[in-house]
Design a protein around this ligand. Structure first.
Ligand code: CTP
Length: 414
């Protein structure tokens, strides 16, 4: 992807400083950035910092004779494979909807024939205002991609949707769009969907140097995230500490504890699909010491550890009233009575499917898995296969379910 280039329009909002991180991350992946800084944007970041990171001249003025001589706004608008507006303010989106052309950013958006991705960030009331809702719908109808903002505490002290999505999610979306262009866009079965996947273990601290955890490698979850992205989904992968690299085109959010993992998953919603592959620690030390615990002296009594229950992420997401994904998939490792236990787990957690893994043989820690897909309507037994093949098959099943061609599953999901 090293020959790809984006034109980044930095709008005026508190989230503008994140565009610097975005430029750096894209650079690491070999994606070059040419930047336009709006006058609002320059209140938050300086042209100097943007050009230092992008390694290129920053464009700011519409009527800059030098630029017009070297590269006019028409040429500028067409000099990239993708135009990214980040942060996309309410004002910039409104201008784009109405075809204004009174500054460099809006003129470029009007003149471009290149795909445009908007990454909104604004106050929750502005995001939810009827005018913005109308504008976002119009932009999408005009063929502009508009990412959903994140939900959470905002710089202005309010809470709700409107926060800039996390930089890894933006990078993943940009990569996905660029990749779609090379592969001939629209081919993926999950194009236009958002999938959230958890993977790996969680780490529950006892003190600054000790923790409770497990041996999960994260391999199956990472393979599933990669298979969903390969089918065109926007994927947010929320991962505990693992030693493997994230798949291409996937937005990685790194966490340590179960409580952080739940928060990251909730912040990633809304999503169409949630796949809970992480080996979440059921318990955590009730109190994590802020200083390293010391042995009290030779012969002193062995300390005991009090545990507290961790949130059940799968059950919490399955039982959400607002933003419950259409399809929620859990995993279960069982050594005996695999299908009965999985069916009971399906009910207990309130999810739509359980991918039951028979770990009675020698699959533990290996590269193969023996799977039974348990839904409310029955069991689908898969032959023993590699973790990548399990991932591909599951992504295909998920696409069928969302598409409605798997009617049993569709009903279960509703
Ligand atoms: N899970 C979760 N949060 C937890 C525990 C588990 O999201 N605190 C999810 C896992 O990601 C997996 C599913 O729940 O998708 C099943 O996990 P498992 O540990 O097998 O289920 P438990 O409820 O712990 O049941 P048991 O250990 O008794 O089999």
């Amino acid at each position: 992807m090293s020959d790809k280039r984006i034109l980044l329009i930095i709008g005026g909002g508190i989230a503008a400083y994140k565009s610097l991180e975005l430029i750096r991350e894209l650079g690491r992946r070999g994606i070059a950035c040419r930047c336009i800084l709006t006058s609002g944007g320059s209140q938050f970041v300086t042209p100097l910092s943007v050009s230092a990171l992008s390694g290129e001249k920053v464009f700011t003025e519409l009527f800059d004779l030098d630029d017009e001589a070297e590269m006019g706004h028409i040429q500028l608008s067409r000099s990239a494979d993708l135009v990214v507006v980040c942060p996309a303010t309410a004002d910039l989106m409104a201008k784009a909807v109405h075809g204004h052309a009174n500054d460099l950013a809006s003129t470029t958006l009007l003149a471009t024939d290149t795909p445009v991705l908007m990454v909104p960030a604004m106050n929750v009331r502005m995001w939810q205002h009827a005018a913005t809702v109308r504008n976002v719908a119009q932009l999408r109808a005009d063929g502009v991609s508009v990412m959903e903002p994140d939900e959470g505490a905002m710089a202005c002290g309010e809470f709700g949707p409107g926060r800039l999505p996390q930089v890894p999610a933006i990078v993943a979306e940009i990569e996905r769009q660029l990749e779609g262009q090379t592969e001939g866009k629209g081919g993926g079965l999950l194009e236009g969907t958002h999938c959230v996947v958890t993977a790996g273990p969680t780490r529950e601290p006892l003190d600054p140097v000790r923790f409770l955890s497990n041996h999960s490698s994260g391999r199956q979850g990472y393979a599933i995230a990669g298979a969903l992205a390969a089918e065109g989904a926007r994927v947010t992968l929320v991962s505990g500490p693992v030693a493997i690299e994230p798949p291409r085109g996937v937005g990685l959010v790194k966490v340590e504890t179960a409580r952080q993992m739940l928060k990251a998953v909730e912040e990633a919603l809304p999503a169409d699909v949630f796949v809970s592959v992480a080996a979440v620690a059921d318990w955590r030390p009730a109190r994590a010491a802020t200083k390293k615990l010391k042995i009290k002296g030779a012969g002193s009594a062995t300390p005991s550890m009090e545990l507290a229950e961790n949130p059940d992420i799968l059950r919490t997401i399955s039982n959400k009233r607002k933003h419950r994904p259409a399809l929620v998939v859990g995993f279960a490792a069982e050594t005996n009575d695999v299908e009965e236990h999985a069916a009971a787990k399906l009910k207990r957690k309130g999810c739509d499917w359980i991918v039951a893994n028979d770990v009675s043989g020698d699959v533990m820690g290996g590269t193969e898995n023996e799977i039974a897909l348990v839904t409310r309507d029955g069991v689908d037994r898969w032959p023993r296969m590699g973790k990548d093949e399990v991932a591909r098959r599951l992504a295909q099943k998920i696409a069928d379910a969302l598409d409605g061609s798997d009617d049993d599953v569709r009903l279960a999901a509703e």
